[in-house]
Design a protein around this ligand. Structure first.
Ligand code: FSO
Ligand code: SF4
Length: 536
């Protein structure tokens, strides 16, 4: 195996043998094969316009499956490989002249797939370093976009241009393209990332209402509970409906915290609060929760034996030996009855903390406060906004973000989204004229909200350039959705983003130079130094 798609990759170079995330070597190899099948399907599907929905659906699902901390289950990956090969062979009937290896190779057994893996993968061909880097940047951006497209699709929202981008991007990874052409493809990725986040925003707000400013409880009640984590709001909806009146409470974890902000979920009395922190602390927190845990998307950490039999995966998530809630039949619901039955036999959760968190500052709420915010800016009460969105991770170097938030001057406001917030959302950072100093828009995809707010402020203030706003960007990344969010910000013209804790291992020095020259993108350094630069 070789994998360097996430921020925690070994020595910031690449995981070999096994992943730091817990992904085993053969699983990584099977995921490489799945990606290769995606490429074959994409080559054939890109020949038709619009792309066939079944091809776009497969590409979306398979890409999402290979995102960090989604699926560790070889059996599920093999099943998708076989599905993809069958689809590819059907599509090939219409384009028999394409004889690229991704289109014609054959395999049936696990051994066939594992032996194929030795000839493909990131480092299989000896292309130029910058070409490989851009091809992987495109691939990882596409994976993030696919994840968001998949959530929107669960709510019945698809966008033909996003589908088309995913298929054409994966097709492009099989072509002999130079640096300039690949850069062009990556730029298209930025446009598609904005488009898919807008689509998901529309899907979420049309289905569940506009997020409201909400106080979310951090304590527990003395009834059995179910903990739901990940990003999939459709799963949240069905779990809440099926647990209503059962005597079982529901708690959110990690990236599901923003579910509390939606009117459709706020009305459930048994949606009690948020339990714990971001994804990487789950091995300790899940053990103490006592009840069942539903993982709707990443980030899943390989479950410890002490709580493994209480974990349920669903959707694209999988882990060998862990119970899985099957997909909903068309027009139907997922059946969470086994989760509810288990919850009834479990003790109530152990309290981890008490108090509350306030969030729900998505675009509508922030724009409703625009007059107040602008008055505070004009009066000098707010000097700067700092976007500290993105992901959290387990490495000690991420304490930088806690320290950065703590040391920010009291006339600054943090705008956040994604699980990065857990590094500072429980610090007592106070308010400015009634405006909290940490404004949480929601999940990582709600970074779109932050971009919308910036664009709107630019319009209200009559500025020519989004970079003239008093907004600085200190963004943390971990997995491939963050790559999509980064491409989206660059597409919107945001410059001078500080990225950390490290620059991606897949970004070559040559590509880093291009990003620095075009967008003034740079890596974080020390808290004091970065603060001085960002607040200047
Ligand atoms: Fe975090 Fe994981 Fe939302 Fe990511 S839970 S790290 S960018 O999957 O998706 O922010
Ligand atoms: Fe390593 Fe990250 Fe790949 Fe896991 S996803 S194998 S930690 S690079």
């Amino acid at each position: 195996m070789f994998c360097y798609q996430c921020q925690e990759t070994l020595k910031n170079q690449g995981c070999v043998l096994n992943g730091i995330c817990g992904k085993k070597g053969p699983t990584a190899d099977l995921q490489d094969v799945l990606l290769y099948v995606v490429k074959g399907v994409a080559r054939l599907a890109s020949a038709t316009d619009p792309v066939e929905p079944r091809a776009a659906e497969f590409v979306t699902r398979a890409l999402f499956t290979t995102v960090t901390n989604v699926n560790f289950d070889d059996g599920r990956v093999e099943e998708l490989v076989r599905c993809g090969l069958a689809l590819r062979d059907q599509l090939r009937l219409k384009a028999p002249q394409d004889d690229h290896d991704a289109v014609v190779w054959r395999g049936q057994t696990r051994d066939d797939f594992l032996s194929k893996a030795r000839t493909i993968g990131v480092r299989a061909s000896d292309e130029e370093e910058d070409v490989r880097s851009l091809r992987e940047l495109l691939t990882y951006g596409a994976k993030g976009i696919a994840a968001y497209a998949d959530h929107a699709a669960a709510l019945g929202y698809r966008d033909a241009t996003v589908d088309s981008f995913l298929v054409h991007a994966m097709d492009a990874t099989t072509r002999t393209l130079g640096v300039a052409e690949l850069l062009q493809e990556v730029r298209k990725g930025g446009a598609a990332a904005v488009q898919v986040m807008a689509l998901l925003d529309r899907a979420n707000t049309s289905t569940y209402g506009t997020p409201q400013i909400t106080a979310v409880r951090l304590g527990v009640r003395q009834r059995p509970g179910i903990l739901i984590s990940g990003h999939d709001l459709k799963d949240m909806e069905e779990l809440l409906a099926q647990t209503a009146g059962t005597g079982v409470d529901v708690y959110t974890h990690g990236e599901m915290l923003p579910a509390h902000y939606y009117p459709a979920f706020r009305r459930y009395e048994h949606l009690v609060g948020n339990y714990g922190n971001s994804w990487w602390r789950q091995d300790v927190e899940f053990a103490r929760f006592n009840g069942p845990i539903v993982m709707t998307t990443n980030c899943l950490v390989p479950p410890k034996p002490s709580y493994r039999d209480r974990v349920f995966t669903t959707g694209n998530v999988g882990f060998p030996g862990v119970k899985h809630i099957p997909d909903r039949a068309p027009g139907g619901q997922k059946d969470f009855a086994p989760v509810i039955a288990l919850a009834r036999q479990c003790a109530p959760p152990e309290a981890l903390e008490d108090g509350q968190l306030v969030g729900g500052f998505a675009h509508d709420q922030v724009l409703a406060l625009a007059d107040k915010i602008l008055a505070a800016v004009r009066a000098g009460a707010i000097r700067k906004f700092v976007v500290m969105a993105g992901c959290d991770g387990r490495h000690k170097e991420r304490e930088y973000y806690t320290e950065f938030a703590r040391r920010l001057p009291r006339d600054t406001v943090i705008l956040t989204a994604g699980c990065a917030k857990y590094r500072y959302n429980k610090l007592d950072l106070g308010e400015i004229d009634g405006i909290p100093r940490v404004l949480d828009a929601g999940q990582c995809n709600d970074s779109y909200s932050l971009a919308l707010v910036a664009l709107k402020l630019k319009e209200i203030l009559g500025l020519q350039d989004i970079n003239d706003l008093p907004i600085a960007y200190n963004v943390a990344w971990y997995e491939q959705k963050a790559v999509a969010v980064l491409l989206a910000l660059l597409h919107l013209g945001v410059k001078n983003i500080h990225l950390g804790p490290t620059l991606p291992a897949f970004v070559s020095p040559g590509v880093a130079k291009v990003l620095t020259e075009a967008y003034a993108l740079s890596r974080i350094t020390e808290v004091e130094q970065d603060m001085a630069r960002l607040l200047a």
